[in-house]
Design a protein around this ligand. Structure first.
Ligand SMILES: C[S@@+](CC[C@H](N)C(=O)[O-])C[C@H]1O[C@@H](n2cnc3c(N)ncnc32)[C@H](O)[C@@H]1O
Length: 270
């Protein structure tokens, strides 16, 4: 395995960004995570199942799965801070559940068992080798099991964002704050051109998602390594790996000048 893929110094530290956020987590953020989870997987698809949360981050989706009746959750993340954050979250809000968390890269999962559901939200495009990461994730799905992934949508601006993220991740704090200030200024300008209030936007964001807007902005600006993929490519790759589409939620194509989003896919192993 190339060093780049396991060398955390070249990766953005998501865990650090979330560590403080998780202590202030409110019911709105948890409800929003549960709602997002329910949209992707039906009650029947998750109840009683053993799920692998691959790239668990804050642990919010592992918590949502447990709240929706998952029989067992195994959560892994390459970032030790994410691992501790997930342990803290589940230990506090689901202390008696059947779950375990460990520090592991997707590229080190070949000896793990197979799972009813492999869930990887917003992760595989941050590994440094997305296609191999998708294949490794797919390998962990049991026969007739589900592969549930969210991947950055391919847009015309992806190349520019890749450069920005690389600079941000390799920069000292003052440069990061400067990049954030430029982004926030551009965002405010875009809203002003649409005659919308920035304050109202941020308040609404927090009210609706229970997430701190700036935490999400830092995740976007820093999320490196970074790749993206079109729906056609994902469906073709999944087909080659022996999976059939169950459902997907794909956003509209845009220039993505202020950032893009993830497309969500559920496949079943044929
Ligand atoms: C954008 S976050 C998403 C976290 C979580 N799935 C969520 O939806 O909130 C990406 C996560 O992927 C993790 N990650 C990146 N590369 C990884 C790898 N090779 N193996 C496992 N996790 C990885 C990061 O540490 C980070 O926690």
């Amino acid at each position: 395995m190339s060093k780049e893929l396991t060398d955390l110094s070249t990766h953005y530290g998501f865990g650090e960004n979330w560590s403080a956020f998780v202590d202030q987590l409110n019911d709105t953020a948890i409800d929003e995570a549960v709602r997002g989870f329910r949209r992707l997987l039906t009650a029947e698809e998750i109840a009683g199942r053993h799920m692998l949360d691959l790239g668990c981050g804050s642990g919010l989706h592992s918590l949502a799965a447990l709240r929706l009746g998952a029989g067992q959750v195994t959560a892994i993340d390459i970032d030790p801070v994410s691992v501790v954050t997930t342990q803290r979250l589940l230990g506090r809000l689901h202390p008696n559940g059947r779950w375990s968390v460990k520090a592991l890269s997707v590229f080190e999962t070949s000896r793990m068992p197979q799972y009813d559901v492999v869930y990887s939200w917003g992760v595989l495009h941050h590994t440094g080798d997305m296609i191999r990461a998708i294949k490794m994730a797919a390998d962990r799905v049991a026969p007739r099991g589900l592969l549930c992934v969210a991947l950055y949508r391919r847009t015309p601006s992806c190349w520019a964002w890749r450069i920005e993220k690389r600079i941000y991740t390799g920069s000292p704090q003052w440069v990061r704050r400067l990049i954030e200030a430029i982004y926030v200024a551009a965002f405010r300008l875009a809203l002003a051109l649409k005659r919308r209030s920035f304050g109202d936007y941020v308040d609404e964001y927090v009210r609706r998602r229970g997430m701190n807007w700036m935490t999400d902005v830092r995740d976007w600006l820093g999320g490196y390594p970074y790749e993206s993929i079109s729906k056609a490519e994902v469906v073709r790759l999944a087909g080659d790996l022996g999976f059939v589409p169950v459902r997907n939620f794909c956003g509209k194509q845009s220039l993505a000048l202020l950032g893009s989003g993830c497309d969500e896919y559920v496949f079943r192993r044929a």
